[in-house]
Design a protein around this ligand. Structure first.
Ligand code: ZN
Ligand code: ZN
Ligand code: ZN
Length: 184
């Protein structure tokens, strides 16, 4: 679900999407979801380095020997994110950094499900992100139990906190977000 009254339909092929578009009644507004620009997360940078220098330093330490990646191309290309993620590990000065797609999948504060913010939530009751019971939010939680409220809805019993990196629902939401990235 998106916005106040919209839904996103995922089709197996572009052809199926076009068919569905053509079949939609005229009182429905149909549009294709906006592709997002890729963002890259660099972890474990220990030195203070000014933002304009990061790209240059990244290029110098990791791609200077790669004839297919001139500094000009690296600065201007939209594929630089993809290139960096493919490298996995990069260097800036003496620091070794971990590169990954920077993905944020929206998790609703009220119902603890992915894909919409709280302001568009249609759940009647608040679900606690700590104990997964309804009727209160986690700051007021009195329970000693900790359980993933997102997974509970899918009848999965996994012992991890809501929004943990290991949460399969979160991982699924992030994979969906990656597939929306525009790399070209
Ligand atoms: Zn919600
Ligand atoms: Zn609770
Ligand atoms: Zn979970």
């Amino acid at each position: 679900m998106v916005g106040n009254s919209g839904i996103v339909v995922r089709t197996a092929s572009n052809e199926a999407a076009q068919k569905l578009k053509a079949a939609a009644p005229p009182n429905l507004k149909v549009a294709e979801p906006k592709a997002r620009q890729p963002r890259v997360a660099l972890r474990y940078l220990r030195q203070n380095i000014a933002e304009p220098e990061i790209l240059d330093s990244l290029h110098q330490a990791n791609l200077a020997d790669d004839a297919s990646w001139s500094l000009e191309k690296f600065r201007a290309s939209r594929k630089e994110a993809e290139k960096l993620v493919a490298l996995g590990r990069v260097y800036i000065g003496w620091d070794e950094l971990e590169v990954s797609d920077h993905i944020r999948a929206t998790c609703c504060n009220k119902c603890q499900q992915y894909g919409h913010p709280e302001k568009y939530c249609r759940a009647k009751e608040t679900t606690c992100g700590k104990c997964e019971e309804t009727g209160h939010k986690s700051p007021e939680c009195q329970s000693a139990a900790q359980c993933c409220a997102t997974c509970k809805r899918f009848k999965r019993k996994d012992a991890h906190p809501t929004a943990a990196a290991s949460c399969p629902a979160r991982q699924h939401a992030e994979q969906q977000a990656v597939s929306m990235l525009q790399y070209s």
